[in-house]
Design a protein around this ligand. Structure first.
Ligand code: ATP
Ligand code: MG
Length: 555
């Protein structure tokens, strides 16, 4: 995509400009704060690239911080995968890697400060009672009977919570704000709970854990984040975050700015759903190439550049909308178009015998690797009497307008000769097993020497010299006709989301391929060597995207 010279700033950049101009902050610091409870997906890529991009643009700092304050769902595996994905996307964090759990002592001190300032109290209502007394959007809540405990009593009880004197759920620490606030988040929210649990980094050190709404703004404040960029669902939490940060003595605290999440039409993005597909064994792990997890996209053959282009094209907005997956496909095609060799691979082979080609003879025909990019050089391909072509490029009884091989028809073998189909052989069930043709030796350049033209061009590989391969063809894991969700909340799965072609053949010039190598297979699409299942003697390719598209670039 052409990046226009006069790039207009998005609303977040405009707000930052204003803050800097008004002297609210004299620098910019952003962060990406994932919870390590799953793998990252394309939506997170937007947040990562936005935060990293802004830090870079303003010569500021970018932190990667794990929001690991909830020990129930968090795992080391997720920490490692997230680090890898953020790095792969090109967002450098190097020594600016942090864990919220490292701040547990500081958070505890903040809670004690709130108690001492009369802004927090230990409440012994049950979770149900707290919920019932919270009121509704139209009616105020009711004060807890524990709300007016003395500071000393609160300090002693909070200490008791910390030292294991309460069972899970028997006591919580609540911020003392306003039970009548029109914003439900401000109705004395719980800020610490008792949970006798093992934490992935802290082990058994703590049996009280800070709640997200208390921990999150403090983490930003501790790190000196100036602009806490997050998604719209946190807009209603902003007053609480501002309260927490101010009450804990940070001035100015971080400024939160919300933007709309990235959604893809008919595509599963939510961690919760991806997790279920993984746990139910419907996909081959978090990096299954059908998923839009970053790991899945990488394995499928998407590049960081294509994802950056996509995120840029989506822009940053204040209102939720959904983007077509075709736009992501457009971006990867654009990215690979000039960079990749265009090679011949036959995915569903059928043998083509050139009956008038001399037995035992072969010749090396020259081919340019990418007509639009000379720098990619050229190669040769072996032509022989026995070739493979795509099964669908022959029809014994073709419909009108079929331009490929059928008895009596002449076509061009790409980069080679004109051949005329003479017939076929079939097995006992009537399936075509071999196609026969004759070639015209005078058409080697791929053009009619006498000015005659052919309407069809098909690709091929030499039968003996070609390399066997497995090719995986992917479709959306969701059945788009039915929509993503069933009434019971389960997903509508597409039974054809993975079709494995086990007998594919590659032209010899592919040689030995490496994980993540990608190519254009002429007439078919872009394909990438699978990093998990490919073996030197049996390469496995994932179809990244087909060549055809109905996508139109937005004006
Ligand atoms: P999900 O619910 O999609 O699994 P999450 O919001 O629970 O994701 P977190 O680890 O909490 O995942 O998110 C880390 C950051 O990524 C947050 O700042 C969040 O706002 C942002 N984020 C999550 N999903 C999207 C999305 N679809 N588009 C843009 N940003 C997102
Ligand atoms: Mg979350």
């Amino acid at each position: 995509m052409e990046v226009s010279e006069t790039k207009t700033k998005n609303f977040i950049e405009q707000e930052i400009d204003k803050d800097l101009a008004e002297g609210v902050y004299d620098h910019v610091a952003t962060r990406f704060p994932p919870e390590p409870n799953g793998y990252l997906h394309i939506g997170h890529a937007k947040s990562i690239l936005l935060n990293f991009g802004i830090a870079k643009e303003y010569d500021g700092r970018f932190n990667l911080r794990f929001d690991d304050t909830n020990p129930t769902k968090e795992k080391e595996e997720f920490v490692e995968s997230i680090k890898e994905d953020v790095k792969w996307l090109g967002a450098q964090f190097e020594d600016r890697l942090f864990f919220a759990s490292d701040y547990f002592d500081q958070m505890y001190d903040c809670a004690v400060k709130l108690i001492k300032d009369g802004k927090a109290y230990v409440c012994e209502l049950t979770a149900d009672q707290i919920r019932e007394m919270r009121g509704t959007l139209t009616s105020p809540g009711t004060n807890s009977p524990y709300r007016n405990r003395s500071i000393d009593e609160n300090l002693a009880l909070f200490e008791k919570m910390k030292s294991g004197g309460f069972a899970d759920g028997a006591a919580v620490l609540r911020a003392k704000i306003d039970m009548a606030s029109p914003n439900m988040n401000m109705r004395d929210p719980v800020i610490y709970r008792v949970a006798h649990m093992n934490h992935h980094r802290q082990g058994e050190r703590w049996c009280i854990y800070p709640m997200y709404d208390f921990a999150h703004p403090l983490e930003d404040a501790f790190e000196g984040i100036t602009h806490s960029i997050c998604t719209l669902e946190f807009e209603d939490h902003r007053p609480l975050y501002d309260w927490v940060v101010k009450a804990c003595g940070f001035d100015p605290g971080p400024r939160q700015i919300e933007f709309a999440k990235l959604y893809l039409t008919n595509i599963v993005t939510g961690k919760r759903y991806i997790k279920k597909l993984v746990e139910d064994g419907i996909v081959d792990g978090w990096d299954d190439p059908r998923l839009v997890s970053i790991a899945g996209l990488r394995r499928r053959g998407f590049t960081p550049d294509s994802i950056r282009m996509f995120v840029d094209m989506c822009g940053v907005s204040k209102s939720n909308s959904s983007t077509d997956y075709a736009m992501l496909e457009y971006c990867i095609r654009e990215d690979l178009k000039m960079k990749k060799k265009r090679m011949m691979a036959v995915i569903d082979p059928i043998k083509l015998v050139i009956d008038n080609y001399p037995e035992g003879q072969t010749e090396e025909l020259p081919i340019v690797n990418n007509k639009e990019n000379e720098a990619l050089g050229s190669r040769t391909v072996t032509f022989a009497k026995e070739l493979y072509i795509e099964r669908e490029d022959f029809m014994e009884e073709p419909p009108k307008k079929y331009r490929r091989l059928y008895p009596g028809n002449e076509v061009r073998l790409m980069n080679a000769y004109f051949v005329t189909c003479t017939g076929c052989e079939k097995d006992a069930d009537g399936n075509v097993t071999v196609v026969h043709a004759t070639y015209d030796p005078q058409t080697r350049s791929g053009s009619g020497f006498d000015g005659r033209k052919v309407k069809g061009t098909i690709h091929w590989v030499p039968a003996k010299e070609s390399i066997p391969a497995v090719v995986r063809l992917y479709e959306n894991i969701i059945d788009e006709e039915k929509g993503v969700y069933n009434e019971d909340g389960s997903l509508n799965l597409n039974p054809h989301s993975l079709v494995e072609m086990k007998n594919a053949r590659l032209e010899p010039a592919f040689g030995e391929v490496q994980a993540y190598d990608s190519f254009q297979f002429v007439r078919q699409g872009y394909f990438c060597v699978d990093a998990k299942d490919s073996k030197p003697d049996k390469p496995v390719f994932n179809r990244i995207v087909s060549l055809k598209s109905s996508f139109k670039l937005p004006k």
